[in-house]
Design a protein around this ligand. Structure first.
Ligand code: ATP
Length: 225
């Protein structure tokens, strides 16, 4: 699913965000990425989405090599990924349903099916009753759920959630994590960055990646390795 060998990332201004990342993530795994602010968590997710390319080393995601020369295939790869961004990236003035449908625009799905998948995804995240609400009228937690619905409506193989519990109170944060974890039952690999280590300390069936100053350590708990 994801194989990273000696991957380093240096931005054009010479900031080295990641050093020698070696890891393998298997299909259907739940992965938490923790680490202080500025340690390289988002940079790692950007590499997985092909929004950045490794400066050195080799990275393969769902069988596609992440490098500039493979750009055509990386665009196809993105159709199999459901991203949940830190700042949601919802379109104001549009309803929850419209936002979820917009996330499927370039997937080549027929409009009727697109609508069905969007309805289904909003039901799944518990927002069936807010489908026709404009997103600016939703609470923070509800907006986060719309962003998650938009990611799962695409029927992805991989969900990448960047700090999905940021700005949520304890109960909402726990519920959002529960929701994201539930997608594993559909064999989706779920990767979550979080500062909220207290929320995940008791997880027994997950891979934990810690990033510190661009260097990664990984351990699996409770999984057959
Ligand atoms: N486009 C960029 N150009 C140059 N440097 C960057 C760029 N994006 C990130 N960085 C730098 O790379 C390092 C890692 O940043 P990154 O956003 O990956 O950290 P993070 O762990 O996700 O932080 P946070 O928890 O605050 O979101 C930081 O030093 C950051 O300033």
């Amino acid at each position: 699913m994801i194989i990273s060998e000696n991957v380093s990332l240096i931005y054009p201004d010479k900031t080295q965000a990641l050093f020698d990342v070696n890891l393998e993530i298997k299909p259907g795994e739940l992965v938490y990425i923790t680490g202080p602010s500025g340690s390289g968590k988002t940079s790692f997710l950007k590499l997985l989405m092909g929004m950045e390319f490794p400066t050195s080393g080799s990275l393969s995601v769902l069988g596609e090599t992440i490098n500039k020369s493979n750009y055509g295939n990386i665009q196809k790869l993105r159709r199999k990924i459901g991203p949940v961004f830190q700042e949601f990236k919802l379109i104001q003035g549009r309803t929850a349903l419209e936002n979820v449908m917009m996330g499927m625009r370039f997937l080549g799905i027929k409009p009727k099916l697109m609508k069905e998948q969007a309805h289904e995804a909003l039901e799944k995240v518990g927002l069936g009753h807010k489908k026709y609400s404009k997103v600016e009228n939703l609470s923070w937690g509800e907006s986060q759920r719309v962003a998650i619905a938009r990611a799962v409506a695409r029927k992805p193989l991989l969900i990448l959630a960047d700090e999905p519990t940021g700005n949520l109170d304890y109960d909402n944060a726990i519920n959002i994590l529960k929701l994201l974890k539930s997608f594993r039952e559909e064999d989706i690999t779920v990767i979550i960055t979080t500062h909220a280590t207290h929320l995940i300390n008791n997880e027994k069936d997950a891979m934990f990646i810690n990033v510190y100053k661009g260097r990664i350590t990984a351990e699996r708990k409770g999984l057959a390795v």
